[in-house]
Design a protein around this ligand. Structure first.
Ligand SMILES: C[S@@+](CC[C@H](N)C(=O)[O-])C[C@H]1O[C@@H](n2cnc3c(N)ncnc32)[C@H](O)[C@@H]1O
Length: 278
């Protein structure tokens, strides 16, 4: 429980994320028009390295079909959930430990005209408030790094997923060339970060009742996209709708450290698809 409190505090910096985002939104697009473009909102609501492109690639690997029920664990501001719902016509439920993010995810979905197809609940990934076999597919991006009990995390995902259903993940893992440099976008200090090695992560997933469909390291791609995101911010300043609204003024240092950690192979980025064994 302490873990979760610290995590929510990290993501909702100064308990002010909601007000900062709502203020920025009032000046973005027009008042009640659905004029927020995916590009404009993507720097904020695709909260992982690689942005919407990383989501598109993982989505192609998962390829949910029409009317499927998909769960997004650690759904943040809901950009990935909205992308899946819009592109594939599935219904997506997001769950997140940061309450302000759940409310913002709903506000954004309403504004973008997708509120019928996505819903967001406040809750903990290691204690999912859903019954067994309730989803056709499960998705998670960049949430496991805050979760110390990985066994519980993947077991809960297996429990709520139907047999034969797919689990798609996109995460950061330790590579071992030295300790992580802090702060990073998911943690201000070592005690808030819970990275596993890629091998540990895979083993835990397989032991939770999954078989592997696909697994690859995409550190190089991630590194390049982070480099260009940092260069953009250095050239033009933070985007109107950017991560500083969530993480506060330290966000650029966090991105720079993340990049250094990838360059020095302290951590890497991995993508995988698994199927729940029948
Ligand atoms: C880096 S953000 C990624 C958000 C989203 N998946 C995306 O890619 O846009 C990590 C998210 O995981 C959530 N999270 C961390 N630990 C969690 C837990 N134990 N249960 C549910 N959500 C959690 C955080 O609140 C945060 O919204």
């Amino acid at each position: 429980v302490e873990d979760c409190h610290a995590t929510a505090q990290h993501y909702d910096w100064g308990a002010g994320a909601e007000i900062r985002v709502e203020t920025a939104l009032r000046t973005a697009g027009s008042r009640d028009q659905v004029e927020l473009s995916v590009d404009e909102i993507g720097a904020l609501d695709q909260f992982h390295v690689g942005g919407v492109k990383a989501t598109q690639e993982l989505a192609q690997m998962l390829a949910p079909s029409l009317h499927m029920r998909v769960l997004d664990v650690g759904s943040g501001l809901g950009g990935p959930a909205r992308y899946l719902a819009q592109k594939f016509g599935c219904h997506v439920t997001g769950i997140d430990i940061t309450e302000a993010y759940c409310r913002l995810a709903s506000v954004l979905s309403e504004r973008l005209g997708l509120h019928g197809q996505v819903e967001f609940r406040h809750g903990n990934a290691v204690q999912l408030p859903f019954s067994d076999n309730s989803f056709d597919a499960v998705w998670t991006q960049h949430a496991s790094m805050n979760i110390s009990d990985k066994r519980k995390f993947y077991r809960e995902i297996a429990r709520v997923l139907k047999r034969g259903g797919r689990f798609a993940m996109y995460d950061v893992a330790l590579l071992g060339e030295g300790p992580i440099l802090f702060p990073v976008p998911w943690a201000r200090e070592v005690g808030e970060s819970h990275l596993a090695t890629a091998a540990q992560m895979q083993t835990t997933i397989l032991q939770s009742g999954f078989s592997r469909v696909d697994w690859n390291e995409i550190t190089e791609t991630a590194l390049q996209s982070l480099q260009s995101a940092i260069a953009d911010i250095q050239a033009a300043g933070p985007r109107r709708l950017g991560l500083h609204l969530l993480l506060g003024s330290e966000f650029l240092d966090m991105l720079r450290n993340f990049l250094a950690n990838l360059e020095q192979r302290r951590c890497g980025v991995f993508r995988g698809v698994f199927v729940r064994a029948t």
